[in-house]
Ligand binder design. Sequence first.
Ligand SMILES: C[S@@+](CC[C@H](N)C(=O)[O-])C[C@H]1O[C@@H](n2cnc3c(N)ncnc32)[C@H](O)[C@@H]1O
Length: 343
Amino acid sequence: MDILTALSPNTEYSTAKLQLVLGAWVLSTAFERKPKISTDSGHVAEADYHKQSIYSLLYSLYRSMGVVTSDRGEPYELTFNTWGYAWPAQWGEPPTTAADPQRFGKNAYTGLFAFAPVKEYVRGRAGRVHVVEMGCGTGAGAHHVCQHVLPECTYEAVDMQRAAIETCRRKFVPELGGRLVATHADCTELRAAAGSADIVAVCETHVTEQAGRVTEEDRLFFGTAHRLLKTGGFLVWGNAIPDGTWQPCFDLLESIGMRSVEVRDVTEYAILARDQDRARVDAYVSQCLEKFLAFRIPFLGPKKRVEARLAMENFYRNPGTNLYANMTTRKDSYRVVLFQKAA
Ligand SMILES: C[S@@+](CC[C@H](N)C(=O)[O-])C[C@H]1O[C@@H](n2cnc3c(N)ncnc32)[C@H](O)[C@@H]1O
């Protein structure tokens, strides 16, 4: 069993299933030629994982873990699958407090809508705008935006992972009285109506990851964003990706009729967030590893426990991992960008 490639985005795995899956993964170590997860930095080569499998595992895991305790003793259910960033002081009052374990994700979602032209557009429509989010994860950000950022909006949150969409439907949709809809779909082939969105939001969606170039998936993804938008509507997009990938993406967006309005680099605040989030991440990973019995299998269990810890910490860009180092060297940069659909 290879958890990096074998799990399905159309399945939500129960705790019992996860116990079996992780047990099979640990036992398969006996037949492994070379570990795919670096035990120095948690790095996994592009060719060695499928994002569909990784996110399927993570969202089922978050569901299975339920409410956990943060390093500061705060109970929370992990729903923001977001690195995020510390709120830049020059943007005004911070939208979150230091006690909130998921504050960096909330900052990232608030930051998508913090551009002056977006605020003016929303004000001009008395707040009644329609947002489509491509790659919403559990919908935690959608819920935050509907409650605190755009309290009059309607919102369609879309993700390719069934487990994430089920969490959104269980935890967030019922609270919002019909304003939030959760859709399970691959955004490269999304059927939502053309010209229906005032704003398309993209927060750390796992696309545009190939250094220095746009892929066919990226083209289809941004093609969907353009198709969904009303003329004059906005694409708001934030992520940490290879620094050399931004310009090819900008060129693609311009070529399909999107006009660049503003680009903000928040890499230093993203690094700060990872520094400040380290103890919470460590506590979360420890609680996960404790829950799953596979990691207690003699000899093989402890070996795989090291790999699982490093892989998760790298995924969260924890200090000491490959993805954290990529931000400190600016191999990866975190930007928040605003494009407008041209007439
Ligand atoms: C790092 S997570 C971020 C999730 C969410 N935006 C958040 O901040 O919590 C990346 C997400 O992108 C989603 N994703 C990647 N490619 C996608 C696609 N083509 N269509 C829909 N979702 C996609 C994944 O399923 C995953 O939920």
